[in-house]
Design a protein around this ligand. Sequence first.
Ligand code: SF4
Ligand code: SF4
Ligand code: SF4
Length: 244
Amino acid sequence: MPKSFLIDTSRCIACRGCQIACKEWKNHPAVHTKQTGTHQNPPDLGPYNFKLVRFKEYKMKNRVEWLFFPEQCRHCLEPGCKAGADAILEGAIIKDPATGAVIYTDLTKKFTPQQAEDVRAMCPYNVPRWDTKEGKLTKCDMCIDRVQAGMVPACVKTCCTGTMSFGERDAMLKLGAERLAEVKKTFPKAQLLDPEDVSVIYLVTEERKLYHDFAEGRAPMPVPGMNRQEFLAKLVKPVRPLIG
Ligand code: SF4
Ligand code: SF4
Ligand code: SF4
């Protein structure tokens, strides 16, 4: 049965426990970072930061409001990154049929930096990152090792506020609908982000564009008369083929 996350940002307190748990489980090293005038740190996702709690600050209702967004790969049902990678080298990015996890294999080491950029450009949420040290493309893998062993992902396990849930897709969709109905009583603009397209479903309390640059997704939606497969095929065409 495919798995899904529900990330209910109305419960997030930005403790960053999930961000740290991800680094710990992945044995990722500390990276040099800098203060950029926000509590968001490091400033962006990176090859050693698969999870990042994004912070946005707004003046709303005559007071300062924080919007928190614990970002990670959405494990799309029809991943644009995989469509792009398949056009270059079959098997570099795979989708685990049991869980729906989108996994980057070491075959991404065969990508040139430009090919990696082409694949990155296929992700509507700007998630994959190029690891210059290892020479490969990388991102969250749904903690596939933990999930296959019957455990929840490390980020979910550590979240102490109930923001993050993980389980069977049907159960997460049901929970998302229930939570949305409840949260809307306080936040009328609350919404689920792309629940039909992704395995990591966010519940946000405000307009999605307020959360971060790619919260709305940057790929244009399929044009009228074109289904999603045809749309992706059209996008894949400019991707450079693997030479040699
Ligand atoms: S651990 Fe939970 S509450 Fe803390 S930042 Fe992550 S999602 Fe938010
Ligand atoms: S969010 Fe981006 S990187 Fe993750 S599966 Fe979807 S297209 Fe691929
Ligand atoms: S599922 Fe695992 S790899 Fe992905 S963000 Fe959570 S802890 Fe990191």
